[in-house]
Design a protein around this ligand. Structure first.
Ligand code: NAP
Length: 250
């Protein structure tokens, strides 16, 4: 999937839009015509995004928000309902790596942080905007996962558990909506040149990895009106759609 869909007139909410993959998804969706609601904590990153979107003739609304503030996520759904009355696209992209450490030594605050941002806030965002996506003629949800959701990788217990959890959450949500016009899918972006990847694999040469813009270009078509897949995982590195894989053996 590489062709950019026409998103003119669409309203897209992108979390984690201040840098990395989410920033580029927001930029590319705005270039395709969507009004982007950009969510993250870092105001500087959001403002830079806004400048770029406006310079290209697009539109954005910035929402500086810490996703750990779960009630603020509920309020955001209310604000979108009042101002626009619907939502066409959700990109639940924000995430943290957390601490890479043996399960038996993980600090409670580290485990709680990764589960709150990656799982609870994602569910809370889904709950907040689900009624608004139903009001769209073709609601699209893209939930950003990872290959480690299905890999048994020592020291990655917190992050991998959080991604396995949102995989199941997303697939159940998709199954509940299988008959309507909504399309709800997961994406594995694959290794991408971002701050998170540098934190995860510090010795790696960044130039060896795809840029966030390259990865985003493969994700944005998942918002297309004519998309038929739902409840699936789009795997960016192999450019293929799959059903959720079973965990690989030890
Ligand atoms: P990144 O560069 O670290 O960006 C993460 C984004 O999430 C930032 O915009 C950050 O914004 C936002 N975020 C984090 N905590 C937040 C919070 N509490 N409240 C609001 N926003 C928050 O990471 P990335 O590599 O682009 O990752 C994007 C997604 O892809 C993640 O879900 C990640 O798990 C997944 N992924 C990435 C790779 C890779 O190789 N890069 C591979 C597989 C999966 P603020 O800090 O400004 O709040």
């Amino acid at each position: 999937m590489t062709s950019t869909p026409d998103l003119a007139g669409k309203l897209a909410l992108v979390t984690g839009a201040s840098r990395g993959i989410g920033y580029e998804i927001a930029l590319q969706m705005a270039a395709a015509g969507a009004h982007v609601i950009a969510v993250a904590r870092t105001v500087g990153g959001l403002e830079e995004l806004d400048d770029k979107i406006k310079a290209a003739g697009g539109e954005a609304t910035l929402v500086p928000l810490d996703l750990k503030d779960l009630e603020a996520i509920d309020r955001l759904g209310g604000v979108i309902a009042e101002r626009w009355g619907k939502l066409d696209i959700l990109v639940a992209n924000a995430g943290i790596l957390g601490a890479l450490t043996p399960v038996g030594q993980m600090k409670a605050k580290d485990f709680e942080a990764v589960m709150t941002v990656n799982v609870t806030a994602t569910w809370r965002m889904i709950r907040s905007v689900d009624p608004l996506l139903r009001l769209s003629e073709a609601g699209r949800a893209i939930v950003v996962s990872s290959s480690v959701a299905h890999k048994v990788k020592p020291y990655w217990g917190g992050y991998a558990t959080s991604k396995a959890a949102i995989d199941m959450l997303t697939r159940v949500w998709a199954a509940e909506n299988a008959k309507g016009p909504m399309r709800i899918n997961l994406v594995n972006p694959g290794p991408t040149r971002t701050a998170m990847r540098a934190q995860a694999v510090p010795g790696e040469k960044p130039e060896s990895l795809p840029t966030p813009a390259q990865t985003a270009a493969k994700i944005v078509p998942m918002a297309a009106k004519d998309l038929t897949h739902t409840g699936k995982i789009f795997d960016v590195p192999t450019d293929t759609w799959t059903d959720a894989a079973l965990p690989t053996p030890l």
